[in-house]
Ligand binder design. Sequence first.
Ligand code: NAD
Ligand code: TYD
Length: 351
Amino acid sequence: MRKKILITGGAGFIGSHVVRLFVNKYPDYDIVNLDALTYAGNLENLSDIDRKPNYSFVKIDITNEAAINELFKNTIFDGVIHLAAESHVDRSIKDPLAFIRTNIIGTVNLLNAARSQWEGNYTGKRFYHISTDEVYGSLGKEGMFVETTPYDPRSPYSASKASSDHLVRAYYHTYGLPVVISNCSNNYGANQFPEKLIPLAINNIKHRKPIPIYGKGENIRDWLWVNDHARAIDVIYHQAAVGETYNIGGINEWTNIDLIRTLCEIMDRKLGRSAGESAQLITFVADRAGHDLRYAIDSSKLQRDLGWQPSLQFSEGLEKTVDWYLEDEQWLAHVTSGDYQKYYEKQYENV
Ligand code: NAD
Ligand code: TYD
């Protein structure tokens, strides 16, 4: 029996890797990629698989309740993997309401549509909500987030994600909706929009522009290669028990300044610059408001229960990532010029 899976946010950074993995690995699944194509959605991310017979794309905004209901009226889904979100903390500080609309109301629209389509027969169905470790708040020097750490979100972004996590769990407890949630640490890799730290720094180093470091660069993040997150999502989607939560992380903590210095060394080598040249671009700027000090995630439950492990050491992943951004010059050029937004019109002019 073919399965139909809706993946939301599939034109974004992580979503595009999840869509590619599912389309290639499961030819007997029909993968429907739903995305509003905001500034962060780029169908060029999927140009290698978008002609495959088990892939289709629908342009829908998840805040549009009528459009979501119409989709679920016309198409029966076996599962939903929900990644669509406003995802950038700095944008959430400037415009919180956009995050409330997409991350909270949009998620509820999807929960309602899945619930009414599946009501009475949840067998084989699954609503998988992709979330972040930022819902747990900020750590001091010691400790790690585990699945039972109390929620303590501190930015409009993390508060909106925490809220959506609560609503997903509420639909499980109240209506029995078969949900699964995972909370992941910072991802890096190909196709990440250059407003986030690593691709922004790569782009700026390449163009010899200042690399802005917030505060003293002492904030700590745990970094995971995006392909390893996609592998974890595959494992959790297929194997996790209904109602479960899994933390996903790289066991790979870096202060921002150490990470950027390492990136500068790699870039000097790849670009044939003298040692220390790129690091001169490092510029300390005003700190982010409410900047969380440290994230660290304990993913031992996922490793123990479902046998997932990160596949790459950070040094190797960072090299691969730099190579990708330097080799696929067109992707960065299109994204920074805004040309990627024309891809949809060109690619789908007859659709
Ligand atoms: P992204 O910003 O790169 O992509 C988000 C995608 O969602 C884009 O394609 C965008 O067009 C789409 N989208 C936004 N608003 C929409 C709407 N109203 N309707 C339909 N589509 C909409 O984000 P990402 O980094 O790929 O993150 C994906 C998911 O993973 C998010 O839920 C995020 O909270 C979560 N997450 C991200 C990270 C990370 O490090 N990037 C870590 C943990 C969890
Ligand atoms: P970011 O990539 O925005 O992810 P998040 O805020 O979700 O962790 O930022 C990663 C870290 O890098 C975070 O501590 C903020 C910092 N940062 C800078 O110092 N300079 C920048 O220009 C950006 C975008 C982030």
